[in-house]
Ligand binder design. Structure first.
Ligand code: NAD
Length: 262
């Protein structure tokens, strides 16, 4: 089997769980050396160990993506260990659900810090190496259908996810001449810890049952009432990472069982 990412090095934030873990796994299967950068050190190391046990190459690093020094140091460590950076997946994220008037400034800033500061800091740290290496690169942001569309209870999340599309377009324009591409993946709802936590929270805020949150909120606008899976998102992340030319850049791709058709 031809490995689509043989010889590449990927740095995946939030790679210890959910979508990021599935992307890290698939990239490793496809021959990439993978750096799993996650707030949770034990989980990052366990995810790397899991990849190693299947014959892949990975390391887990404790990184808070909102902290400049931690991001810079971890990217340097990755470059030192694996000889460069070819792919960044800026994926770490959280969710907080409540009506806009109930958010504290601290909650608002925390969301924007993880989603947007984290994307900026990891982009800045990785793109310098991509430019210096002179072999291009692929930067992938995990956006959301909420990069396109609003839902109640998600003011900072929707704001941040829209912001990622702006960042990706700028990075695509700046990186283009040097073969660095930037794209956004926009998943619909995926059953990860992030979503499992918000089902009861949304039920409480909306005054409906958890079953109704799933059926009438999360999957309401899909074509078949199905959740997107982590593997579905990982397939799109592989497509973006492995795309062989500069033609595919500055784009965002929705993977959502048809929720929100542009
Ligand atoms: P998850 O909770 O399973 O994984 C998120 C990971 O990010 C965790 O391992 C967590 O430790 C890590 N993380 C959180 N804060 C961090 C920080 N400051 N620094 C480093 N790592 C940090 O969630 P998930 O559903 O896999 O979410 C991954 C991304 O996908 C997020 O950006 C999320 O917004 C996005 N997304 C998720 C869905 C969904 O339905 N699950 C849909 C669209 C987009």
């Amino acid at each position: 089997m031809v490995q689509q990412l043989a010889g590449k090095v990927a740095y995946v934030t939030g790679g210890a769980s959910g979508i990021g873990k599935a992307i890290a796994d698939l990239y490793a299967q496809q021959g990439a050396k993978v750096v799993i950068a996650d707030l949770k050190q034990e989980a990052a190391e366990a995810a790397a160990q899991d990849i190693a046990s299947k014959g892949g190459t990975a390391m887990g690093l404790a990184v808070d993506v909102t902290q400049e020094d931690q991001v810079d140091a971890s990217v340097e460590a990755a470059v030192k260990a694996y000889g460069g950076i070819d792919i960044l997946v800026s994926n770490a994220g959280i969710q907080i659900v409540k009506p806009v008037q109930d958010f504290t400034l601290q909650e608002w800033q925390k969301m924007l810090a993880i989603q947007l500061d984290g994307a900026f800091l990891t982009t800045r740290a990785c793109i310098k190496h991509m430019y210096a290496q002179g072999r291009g690169g692929s930067i992938i942001y995990t956006g959301s259908v909420h990069s396109k569309e609003a839902s109640k209870l998600k003011a900072p999340y929707v704001t941040a996810k829209h912001g990622l599309e702006g960042l990706a377009k700028v990075v695509a324009k700046e990186g283009g001449p040097q073969g660095v591409r930037a794209n956004v993946i926009c998943p619909g709802y995926v059953r990860t810890p992030l979503v499992d936590k918000q089902i009861p929270e949304q039920a409480k805020e909306l005054g409906i049952s958890e079953a109704d949150v799933i059926k009438n909120v999360m999957l309401k606008d899909t074509v078949d009432g199905e959740f997107t899976t982590v593997d579905d998102v990982a397939r799109v992340a592989l497509f973006f990472a492995a795309f062989p030319t500069n033609a595919l850049t500055g784009q965002s791709m929705i993977v959502s069982h048809g929720w929100f058709m542009e």
